[in-house]
Design a protein around this ligand. Structure first.
Ligand code: CA
Ligand code: CA
Length: 598
């Protein structure tokens, strides 16, 4: 909002001040300050179509909108309403999901930047550019995945591991807190989650031997309420007091001192299910990658942990890859959904892991209900034992360098998926209409071997070498629709470059996702038929959203190629070197077609 505008509205307010107080209240409430975002607004977000208040279009992360004005019959007519350039020279991966509230879009960009944009005109209202120090240690591009809204604040995390709360109207800093020391390898890239007035965050840095944790702060002040480390042996805290050691004690599933630098980074954000009052947070690889140094399951790495937001305690956990030796980070989102089974409804959760298996869990207790592959080639395990919940390993682990003749390079294996995963951070979507999950997957493998490694603060802590390779000549990316009740693959769409963007589904029988080749695409949710595409000028690795405004439905997505693939992708990175970088947000609508009045 600029001064002229505000002055005009103030004058208007004076002119009507003789009218009833309720009218005055309505005018000053809507025109002069952002409408505060309440806990109830956040809990209702999935159902309210005129705003997008949360990462995931609802804290459950289903990425489904009940809107159907844009649908499979008319999506072919979709055209741009406006586009906004992030500008500057900082054009790197744009993995952000925009938020829409009270006439504004809030969108984050590479290098810890955030914009407020007039959502009707596409004009910038304000920009916040976080001052980053030299020596930040982001592992996988300088990305940011989005912000959170609470009260009059917009909150986001930065690459130097700070959490910033800005005034939605002015972009001014209201509070700023250090999450941890970036010199120790900590950074922050995911979107914060709001639960009952708390802002919930994790940490990035699993490749630097940090200690993963989930943390809750008072969203209005930034004051820490609880801390829950995700590596066994570390103390948790509630209101400044000790609140139990994670896992009860050290050394139950970790040898020696390795738990002290155990990784399990919580880098991809969490979801919250009000039905069970549980936060589901994924945890990354145990550190270092060389698993021979840390025999044991290494809890709670490569797991989903279910945390009670009132106590900061882990209620249940499920570990996808015990003693992970392939960097199969388990950080991917865990999405609450209702599963019909034998005439009753089970409170279930779905999770498509980097390790190539799709897991269906009972979200009340974490009990495994089903696990099925969502990629064609999985070398490290034959399947998952539904009785024990443990993988049936094939023995395809990289060898121990201590047993090598030179003591430097252990025996190499080729294994699929690659460590960039059957699916990486990019969130899937679930449609309660079709009862299908839409999973952005990749078919690739890797040569991997282990090397000796010792922990050094602020230095890469892997003890492994690798080269990622495609498995097929004509495609790597593949968007797949799965029935979680049966594990049946209903349809798939193959894409030449690896898919790296999030998915959106709507009651218009549509699925949206982006491609590194620059397209935002729409598919028929039931058949997978490609119905529409638009070239945005750079790779789409962001998360599309939709909302309605002034009687029309809109779709938005960020554009800007980048992320982990160009940096870590080996042979695959070479194959996508031609893709141009960028930085923008695009908004689409149907031309001149208003929704029916209701
Ligand atoms: Ca909403
Ligand atoms: Ca990792």
């Amino acid at each position: 909002m600029n001064c002229t505008n505000q002055g005009g509205r103030l004058g208007h307010r004076l002119a009507v001040s003789i009218l009833a107080g309720s009218i005055l209240g309505a005018i000053s409430g809507s025109a002069l300050a952002a409408k505060p975002v309440t806990d109830a607004d956040i809990m209702n977000d999935a159902a309210t179509t005129s705003d997008v208040l949360t990462y995931g279009l609802g804290t459950e992360g289903r990425r489904h909108s009940p809107l159907a004005h844009i649908n499979a019959d008319n999506v072919g007519d979709l055209v741009p309403a406006w586009a906004f350039s992030f500008g500057g020279e900082k054009q790197r991966g744009q993995e952000s999901q925009p938020l829409i509230h009270d006439g504004k879009m809030f969108v984050t960009g590479s290098y810890s930047r955030l914009w407020a944009i007039d959502v009707r005109s596409g004009e910038e209202l304000w920009q916040y550019e976080h001052r980053l120090p030299d020596g930040i240690l982001p592992c996988c591009d300088v990305v940011n995945r989005g912000a959170a809204l609470y009260d009059n604040l917009v909150l986001f995390g930065t690459l130097d591991a700070q959490l910033v709360a800005l005034d939605q109207d002015t972009g001014k800093v209201v509070w700023k807190e250090k999450i941890d020391d970036f010199k120790g390898g900590y950074s922050f890239t995911s979107a914060p989650l709001i639960v009952k007035g708390l802002v919930i965050t994790g940490v990035s840095g699993g490749e630097f031997g940090i200690v993963g944790r989930v943390e809750a702060r008072d969203a209005k002040t930034g004051k820490v309420v609880w801390i829950r480390p995700t590596v066994e042996g570390h103390m948790g805290y509630l209101n400044g007091k000790e609140n139990g050691i994670t896992g009860g004690a050290p050394n139950k599933t970790w040898p020696g001192d390795l738990w002290k630098t155990g990784g399990a980074a919580t880098w991809a954000g969490g979801t919250y299910d009000p039905d069970t009052n549980l936060i589901f947070y994924g945890t990354g690889n145990p550190a270092p990658w060389n698993a021979h140094l840390r025999p044991g399951d290494n809890l709670y790495s490569t797991s989903t942990v279910a945390i009670n937001p009132d106590t900061g305690k882990i209620v249940w956990h499920y570990q996808f890859t015990p003693n992970d030796g392939w960097d199969y980070d388990g950080v991917n989102e865990t999405v609450a959904f209702d599963l019909e089974q034998g005439g009753s409804t089970v409170k279930a959760a779905g999770h498509a892991d980097r390790n190539g298996f799709f897991y269906v869990m009972n979200r009340e207790n974490g009990k495994l209900m089903n696990a099925f592959p969502f990629v064609d080639q999985i070398d490290w395990a034959k399947g998952v034992d539904l009785k024990t919940g443990r993988p049936i390993e094939t023995g395809m682990r990289p060898g121990n360098p201590a047993e090598a003749t030179d003591g430097k390079k252990g025996s190499q294996v080729f294994v699929a998926p690659s460590f960039l995963g059957g699916k990486n951070w990019m969130p899937m979507a679930y449609s309660p209409d079709t009862k299908l999950f839409y999973v952005p997957a990749n078919e690739w493998g890797m040569d991997i071997w282990n090397e000796p490694i010792a922990y050094k603060r602020g230095a890469a802590y892997l003890g492994a070498g690798f080269t990622i390779k495609p498995l097929n000549k004509d495609y790597i990316g593949v968007l797949r629709a799965y029935d979680p009740a049966t594990g049946k693959r209903v349809w798939e769409y193959k894409n030449k470059a690896p898919l790296w963007g999030g998915v959106l589904t709507t009651s218009g029988n549509l699925v949206f996702t982006g491609t590194p080749e620059g397209y935002l695409k729409a598919f028929d949710a039931k058949t997978g038929e490609e119905l529409w595409k638009f070239q945005t000028g750079s790779g789409v690795v962001g998360c599309p959203v939709t909302w309605d405004m002034d009687g029309e439905q809109y779709v938005a997505v960020t554009s800007g190629w980048g992320g982990a693939v160009p940096l870590w992708g080996g042979d695959v990175a070479k194959s996508v070197k031609y893709l141009n970088q960028g930085g923008s947000v695009w908004v689409f609508k149907l031309p001149g077609k208003r929704m029916a009045a209701n």
